[in-house]
Write a protein that binds this ligand. Structure first.
Ligand code: MN
Length: 255
């Protein structure tokens, strides 16, 4: 596939006003081709692969090739492919998220889900995240790395259902291809009363305690390496297929 003039969709889950979104869009425009930004009109972190199907979607044109959507990142990708644009994108970039997307966090991430949706629409897709509060220089470097990796996934030899989850630490000293890590602890819960005396709950982010795995995404980032995790949308646990195959003949399992 020729890279010059590639139609690129840039989206995120931090919303249309996140500065890192525009930074990634500009870098992609410079290196890959004409960019359209379609992003949620507000922060939608944690919405995962949510799709809005019970209410209408409004897309407001907020600038040249810039759209704000009252919906999720996955909604934004759908609009791009299903008719908002004259021609569908040929590449989807999602980010740069403010905060790493590592381990099981991928399953909550709107950033990663937007890249998954791009892949489900049949085009190469990359999700990218940096540390919370990453400075301009770190974000610029992450944008450049993302565009470089996007060129790699445009290679026709790359499996057609693969998309990338990329995490870029502030001063990367190398790049490692990783697998999704596992947390040891889950979210915490804060319990309070609101000013009217009603009990309220607040989920807090999990602590950074990880199961030891030198090939995991979190391990690479902790060592200052860019983490590149190949993902696909197929959730099948292939390792269990053989073990469970014996159930097929067991009619008592059907009650
Ligand atoms: Mn986010």
């Amino acid at each position: 596939m020729t890279k010059a003039g590639l139609r690129v969709l840039v989206t995120n889950d931090d919303g249309i006003h996140a500065p890192a979104l525009e930074l990634l869009a500009r870098e992609a425009e410079r290196r890959l081709g004409p960019v359209t930004v379609i992003a949620p009109d507000r922060e939608r972190s944690g919405v995962a692969h949510g799709l809005t199907i019970r209410q209408p979607l409004r897309a407001i044109e907020v600038g040249a090739a810039r759209w704000a959507v009252e919906g999720t990142p996955t909604d934004c990708v759908n609009l791009a492919f299903l008719g908002l644009l004259d021609e569908p994108p040929q590449l989807v970039l999602s980010g740069i998220n403010g905060g790493y997307n590592l381990g099981e966090d991928l399953t909550y991430s709107g950033t990663v889900a937007a890249a998954m949706e791009g892949r489900l629409f049949g085009v190469p897709s990359v999700a990218v995240s940096c540390a919370v509060g990453a400075d301009h220089r770190a974000l610029e470097r992450a944008a450049a790395i993302t565009c470089r990796l996007a060129e790699e996934v445009l290679d026709e030899e790359i499996p057609s259902d693969l998309f990338l989850n990329v995490n870029v630490p502030p001063e990367p000293c190398g790049l490692r291809v990783t697998r999704q890590g596992r947390r040891r602890c889950r979210q915490g819960l804060i319990r309070r009363q609101d000013p009217k005396g009603q009990e309220i709950f607040w989920l807090t982010l999990a602590g950074a305690s990880w199961a030891e795995d030198p090939r995991a995404d979190h391990h690479a980032v902790a060592e200052g390496m860019v983490s590149v995790t190949p993902l696909h949308a197929d959730l099948t646990f292939r390792g269990a297929l053989e073990q469970l195959a014996g159930w097929e003949g067991e009619l008592e399992l059907l009650g």
